[in-house]
Ligand binder design. Structure first.
Ligand code: FES
Length: 96
């Protein structure tokens, strides 16, 4: 079940992306964090405890929302705009 439920921008242009290889759709204007948490209940797993994480500060300051593109570029999910065709990878499947 998604952690976030969209209440605005429902009419914005859909943007396709992949999340850990799974085809997904966000909306124009979404951050990566919004797009990912509208798909599921976690952003990633903590590298220390394996516990689910969903970001913390939501403003680019805490470093709790790192994800990557398949090419290896690391991005802060809370402050990066979703672009159509992004191939996003997380470690969220490593947690229980
Ligand atoms: S949630 Fe804090 S930097 Fe992204």
């Amino acid at each position: 079940m998604p952690l976030l439920h969209r209440i605005t921008r429902k009419e914005h242009r859909p943007l396709s992306f992949t999340l850990d290889g799974v085809p997904c759709a966000g909306r124009d204007g979404d951050t990566l964090l919004t797009a990912i948490l509208a798909q599921g209940e976690r952003l990633r797993a903590s590298e220390f405890s394996g516990e689910p994480r969903a970001g913390f500060c939501q403003m680019g300051a805490c470093q709790d929302c790192w994800v990557a593109l398949e090419g290896g570029e690391r991005l802060r999910a809370c402050s990066t705009a979703l672009v159509a065709g992004m191939r996003i990878v997380t470690n969220r499947r490593s947690a229980a």
